[in-house]
Design a protein around this ligand. Structure first.
Ligand code: ASP
Ligand code: CP
Length: 531
């Protein structure tokens, strides 16, 4: 095992937010130092691992030129062992799972870093978890996973090189940025990573320029606004240029034809027209404007056409070269080589407060409180206020689901009744049940947030608990991510356990949003359940 102990050792980067802002700034600082050193012929030996027992595995399940080659060259510069995993000739074609393949490769070297590009979203997060567990069992160092683009989710290392390039253009200043994002904002993962990557700047103005059908998914636009960005939206470059608020930094993207359904694909030529730059537009740009593009551009119909190549607008060539410097720095951090001089706020682990059970006040009444149909409950449990305010039909559905999921096939009754607000609620009476296990309690809170659990003794409610929406819903067979490209989707057969995180704080349970831990797709509360 190596003696490298940097604070980023073994760190997985599945999304941009896996590095705190200070950690991202550190990455940009180190990449800048390295670039200057190498370009000026200086001694860059502090950036070299020179360790053939450190492996960089390049697993590319989707085509790539820049990302794969910059990582391969970065690993070579560092003096690490490199393995290129060619999916066209690997046993993935024999239906092998990612976990099995990665576990095997992990066994080949002392320490390792996996760079993975895949159509499946959330792969790195899942492997961080599953291989992390395996490494702990073996008593060996946890491998790092670096997302080199997962479906239409994120492309964090592209984001790092983009931000590094913007900062270069702005002379190292990060007070404010005004930029336009144009092209295929719907499918473009490099665009989605901007929702968090741009937080690097204290003040952010983003102009989203795309026809509606290729527009930014609403949850990313919302995330930008939640991050304090000023967001404006336009349907075409013509409309944008006529707005009088044109940005000096433009980020073009290619139409992601390989991710489109037939209906959108048919319209591709027309859609592309509205985001393709023309010669007559040059005069409408602010002084000093630079164009960027993650590349590749479509050689038959580039959105940033070739007549721009030799103009001062071309920022994309130096941008793509920056992929090399930023990726050397990133692997060096993940290998534990860089980081000893890091100062600032480190990425905090995600914390969940399981505070969904609250004891409520019991109001004593003269007459027995609950009945099972026509029979009063003498001793037992009563679940009240189920789906309060929902339609009668939905409440019956939930009563049935609760009984099934909590296996409440015992004596008792349930029904739909008036609540105090003039609408309806469900009640389940369980005269033979006197307690609930923690897991069932959580399940109940997750299916019927807002309900109360009443402990009845001698016809009186002696304890009352109000259950609210848990911050995490996981470990139940009845939930699944509805994104077919997610690593945890049942069809991926990778064994990732479904897990949702509550996005909105409290409030209306029906309105709460849940985000898949892996692909980060947003779900309405009702959508997560397979009931
Ligand atoms: N190369 C980038 C990606 O893989 C952008 C693109 O392909 O259009 O996301
Ligand atoms: N920018 C980018 O990811 O390019 P490749 O698809 O060629 O890797």
């Amino acid at each position: 095992m190596s003696s490298r102990k940097g604070p980023f050792k073994g760190r997985t980067v599945a999304v941009v937010n896996d590095l705190s802002l200070d950690e991202q700034r550190y990455l940009y600082r180190k990449a800048g130092e390295l670039k200057r050193l190498v370009r000026s012929g200086g001694d860059a030996s502090e950036f070299r691992l020179n360790d053939k027992d450190y492996s960089v595995y390049l697993i590319f399940m989707e085509d790539s030129t820049r990302t794969r080659e910059s990582f391969r060259n970065a690993a070579k510069f560092l003096g690490a062992r490199t393995n290129l995993f060619d999916t066209a000739t690997s046993s993935f074609n024999k239906n092998e799972s990612m976990s099995d393949a990665v576990k095997m490769l992990y066994g080949y070297s002392d320490e390792s870093c996996f760079v993975i590009r895949s159509k499946l979203e959330g792969v790195c997060r899942w492997l961080e978890e599953s291989l992390g567990r395996y490494a702990d069992i073996c008593g060996r160092p946890r491998p790092a996973f670096i997302n080199a683009g997962d479906g239409k989710h994120e492309h964090p290392t592209q984001e790092f090189l983009d931000e590094f390039s913007f900062i270069e253009q702005l002379g190292g200043r990060d007070e404010r940025i005004h930029l336009a994002l144009t092209g295929d904002l719907y499918h473009g993962r490099t665009i989605h990573s901007k929702a968090d990557g741009l937080k690097l700047f204290r003040e952010v103005e983003v102009d989203l320029v795309a026809p509606e059908i290729l527009g930014m998914p609403a949850h990313y636009t919302q995330r930008m606004r939640d991050n304090g960005f000023l967001v404006r939206e336009y349907e075409s470059l013509d409309e944008y240029l006529a707005s009088g608020k044109v940005a000096p930094i433009w980020y073009f993207t290619r139409l992601q034809l390989e991710r489109m359904g037939d209906e959108v694909l048919e319209k591709a030529a027309t859609l592309r027209k509205s985001v393709t730059f023309r010669k007559d537009m040059i005069g409408l740009l602010p002084e000093g404007t630079r164009f960027y593009h993650p590349l590749p551009r479509d050689r038959t119909a580039p959105t940033n056409p070739t007549f721009l190549d030799e103009t001062p607008l071309n920022g994309w060539d130096s941008q793509s070269a920056n992929g090399y410097w930023t990726r050397i720095a990133l692997i060096a951090m993940a290998a534990g080589l860089l980081g000893a001089d890091f100062e600032g706020e480190a990425k905090a682990p995600q914390a969940f407060e399981d505070d969904f059970v609250h004891e409520a006040r019991v109001v004593q009444r003269d007459k027995p409180e609950y009945k099972v149909g026509i029979k009063p409950v003498e001793d037992g449990l009563v679940i009240d206020h189920i789906s309060s305010g929902d339609s009668i039909r939905d409440i019956w559905g939930h009563l049935d689901a609760i009984r099934r999921m909590l296996k409440l096939d015992v004596r008792g009754g349930h029904g739909v009744f008036h609540n105090n607000q003039g609408s309806y609620k469900g009640i389940i009476s369980l005269p033979d049940v006197t307690s609930f296990g923690g897991r069932d309690l959580k399940k109940l809170a997750a299916i019927a947030p807002g309900c109360t659990l009443n402990l009845v003794h001698e016809h009186r409610v002696v304890k009352k608990y109000r259950l609210s929406m848990p911050p995490r819903i996981y470990g139940f067979d009845e939930i699944s991510c509805k994104n077919e490209l997610c690593i945890s989707h049942p069809t991926s057969l990778e064994g990732a356990t479904t897990e949702f995180h509550r996005k909105s704080e409290r409030g209306d349970p029906g309105g709460a949003k849940f985000v898949c831990r892996y692909c980060e797709r947003e779900h309405a509360f009702r959508e997560i359940w397979d009931l």
